[in-house]
Ligand binder design. Structure first.
Ligand SMILES: [Zn+2]
Length: 260
């Protein structure tokens, strides 16, 4: 193996049977292709039973990887399908990426780190990746992270509604008041959002009867939803909403007095 191939191989942490066969430098396109392959006769673990089996055929795939200086780097790989006696023909998993993704894990982690710090369309311009692809990536990792969330210790919830754009499309936010973290978002602001939250809470190990306190605004929909789904919970009206109602009332009285 040439020095350059060997260096890239180490940087990518490639393990046998994977090896870099060629590195193509396409200066005009601003691109480097790292061609990864495996020697004839190599074996791979069957994706199901993990038994070592030979490759049956291959499909060429490519993944965008981290830039090499100003050049976009791509891994171009012949990905094999294994033929297992028990499990049949299956596409193997590669160690550097999700097989249906367009990017390597390292690139995705870089892109997600940027998305945490700035708007997605800005990230899209900087790393030159279509923002739809970034949104898809984000929704995949958000879902994956949410699946692991454990709400078994949640006891105090605050609910509030907000609009996605000014005055339109309401969403209801459910906040764990101890952790100060939004743990569920539902479309709309009706009482059904509370039952959707209950389902989701249970999916993550939470128990509706463990919810002892709920802080809400005075909307009849939320009151009804809490009473139906969280019978143990004591309702507290959000101070902000009460102050707003009192202020409006004081205003009305003041106006009436001025008129008199
Ligand atoms: Zn198998």
């Amino acid at each position: 193996m040439e020095v350059l191939e060997s260096l890239f191989s180490k940087a990518l942490k490639l393990e046998s049977p994977w090896e870099i066969t060629t590195i193509e430098f396409l200066e005009k396109e601003g691109r480097i292709n790292i061609i990864i392959d495996f020697p004839k006769g190599s074996v791979f673990p069957c994706p199901k039973c993990k038994k070592e089996v030979k490759a049956y055929d291959t499909t060429e795939k490519q993944w965008r990887h981290m830039n090499f200086f100003q050049y976009a780097c791509y891994l171009v790989v012949r990905v094999p399908r294994t033929e297992c006696k028990e499990d049949g023909m299956l596409q193997i998993e590669v160690p550097w990426a999700r097989s249906d993704a367009d990017f390597t894990f390292l690139f995705e982690s870089f892109a997600m780190t940027l998305c945490r710090e700035m708007p997605v369309n800005r990230v899209s311009q900087i790393i030159k990746v279509d923002d739809n692809k970034l949104w898809r990536m984000m929704s995949y990792y958000t879902e994956a992270a949410r699946k692991l969330e454990d709400y078994s210790g949640v006891t105090k919830i605050g609910i509030d509604e907000t609009s996605k754009s000014k005055g339109h499309d309401y969403v209801s936010l459910f906040v764990d008041l101890d952790d100060k973290k939004t743990i569920f978002v539902a479309e709309g602001k009706g009482s059904e959002t509370t039952s959707e939250f209950k389902e989701d809470l249970m999916d993550h190990g939470g128990k509706p009867l463990d919810i002892t306190d709920m802080s809400i605004d005075m909307s009849p929909a939320f009151i009804k939803g809490v009473e139906e789904n969280f019978p143990q919970a004591e309702i507290t009206f959000d101070k902000f909403h009460i102050m707003k109602i009192i202020n409006n009332a004081v205003d009305e009285v003041r106006k009436a007095e001025v008129k008199e």
